[in-house]
Design a protein around this ligand. Structure first.
Ligand SMILES: Nc1nc2c(ncn2[C@@H]2O[C@H](COP(=O)(O)OP(=O)(O)O)[C@@H](O)[C@H]2O)c(=O)[nH]1
Ligand SMILES: [Mg+2]
Length: 451
């Protein structure tokens, strides 16, 4: 069945309780369908105007709604589109949807509105992915970064690089075709190539930062039983997520929650207490711990200031390569804080002194976590790139490296021309000019209904 011949409809607001809910209808029959369900004549539905009216079921008004008609091609999808806003909650939306389907609309599939928008030239691939990133944003900063992708700056940057590549490609091709004519040309080929390579390198750096941002900054809290890991977890989270008790081994699992740290998504993970020769369940936990530390961005090693013994540092020594912070907790209980001895053993590791009871030091601890994040994000993120962008950029860069190496080593022309061609094809792929239908479909499949 060719769905593009049909008019589609779907809720565009999430399932749940809210003052207002929206439905979008798009396609050739959108206007006719809506006119058969409202108490307004056609001439009242002026394009682009929000009109107040009633929704009818068998001629009886069942809800007050607003309707906005957009005439093709001046709509999100480029087709005739009607958006209606009824009262919220999910039930009225369902009743209205039933009516629209009965009048001939098909229930839109995930991403189907966006797909039509692309097919009608209303959206390009990068913008489409930007919308998806906004919808899925976990922090304000993420939404703002994703928002940048709507306004074409990234496309302009890629197009500029593409044009520069085309310029050097034309030069090399001319050298192949008309070697005599080109002998006296003073084209700074290598200089231009290096400049393009530098642009690509900066974008790759942005792509790596974006990858880490998307993954989030997993921050694992570890230490012996009863040092106050769960108390710290709750305190940093701002609510009592974990059970806290004076009995050792209250926590027996990894528990993760998301926090927004100056716009960065930080996944805080509480864990069980580390016991070296404990019961079976402790052994089980110990087995999983190295993997967990390795996949975490950062580990907070918690010590108890009151019961501190130098052998508590053993656990820290087991992970020489992990990014870490030492947290000395319960400083409300003692004035003798072993900070000097510890910093002598671990001069490189930041040490923070806190109390989850008085809350002292907690702000500084979060600022130190933020410092660690900044260390891996040295540059301002201008673009928020996804895995697809990263892959295409990497491929383009690799081909480019080959080009420069071959030119430096004196290989010339045919081989170089073909690598340059590959590099420019990867940029076209990035902009979506060369994508196969299946690859497109994979992107739409990740969309929610109504988008
Ligand atoms: N005095 C004091 N007690 C604390 C502090 N943090 C945690 N505790 C107590 O230490 C005990 C163990 O805490 P918990 O968070 O369950 O430790 P965990 O086993 O490491 O998760 C509980 O009785 C907490 O109330 C602190 O900063 N000061
Ligand atoms: Mg605990």
């Amino acid at each position: 069945m060719d769905r593009s011949l049909f008019t589609i409809a779907a809720p565009i607001t999430p399932k749940g309780i809210g003052a207002v809910a929206g439905i979008r209808i798009s396609g050739f029959d959108a206007l006719e369908i809506i006119l058969s369900t409202i108490s307004l004549p056609k001439e009242k539905l002026q394009p682009g105007k929000l009109i107040f009216t009633s929704f009818l079921q068998e001629g009886v008004p069942i809800d007050e709604i607003t309707v906005c008609y957009r005439k093709a091609p001046h709509s999100f999808t480029g087709e005739d589109t009607v958006e209606i806003f009824c009262h919220g909650g999910w039930m009225m939306v369902n009743i209205l949807m039933d009516q629209l389907l009965e009048k001939g609309a098909l229930y839109a599939q995930p991403g189907e509105f966006s797909k039509r928008a692309m097919e009608n030239g209303k959206l390009d691939l990068i913008k489409l992915e930007g919308i998806q990133q906004i919808v899925q944003a976990r922090t304000k900063q993420e939404a703002l970064l994703a928002g940048n992708n709507l306004f074409g700056n990234f496309q302009i940057q890629i197009q500029t690089i593409s044009e520069r590549i085309l310029e050097v490609k034309s030069f090399i091709e001319a050298q192949i075709s008309f070697p005599m004519d080109m002998e006296n040309e003073t084209f700074p080929l290598l200089e231009k190539l290096i400049h393009i390579q530098e642009n690509l390198r900066c974008l790759l750096q942005q792509a790596s930062q974006s990858d880490q941002f998307r993954k989030g900054y997993q921050t694992l809290i570890i230490g012996k039983p009863n040092v106050g890991k769960s108390s710290l977890f709750n305190a940093l989270l701002g609510w009592d997520r974990m059970l806290v008790s004076p009995y050792p081994s209250t926590t027996h699992d990894y528990v993760m929650e998301l926090i927004d740290l100056h716009g960065f998504p930080v996944y805080l993970v509480d864990s069980a207490g580390y016991i070296e020769n404990g019961k079976e369940i402790d052994a089980l936990f110990n087995e999983t711990l190295p993997g967990k530390v390795q996949q975490s961005f950062l580990s907070l090693f918690v010590l108890d200031a009151f019961s501190y013994q130098s052998k508590d540092l053993e656990l820290i020594r087991q992970y020489p390569n992990a990014r870490k912070i030492i947290v000395i907790n319960k400083v409300d209980l003692t004035k003798e804080i072993p900070i000097k001895a510890i910093s002598k053993d671990f001069p490189e590791i930041p040490i923070l002194v806190v109390s989850t009871v008085t809350k002292e030091g907690l702000y500084d601890l979060m600022e130190e976590v933020y410092n660690q994040i900044k260390l891996v994000n040295p540059e301002k993120m201008d673009y928020y790139l996804n895995e697809r962008h990263h892959f295409a950029l990497k491929k383009c860069y690799e081909n480019f490296e080959k080009v420069i190496k071959n030119i430096r080593e004196g290989y010339y022309q045919d081989m170089i021309a073909s690598d340059i061609e590959m590099a420019s094809q990867w940029l076209e792929e990035l902009l979506g000019y060369r994508m196969q239908d299946a690859a497109y479909q994979k992107i739409f499949d990740t969309f929610c209904i109504g988008k």
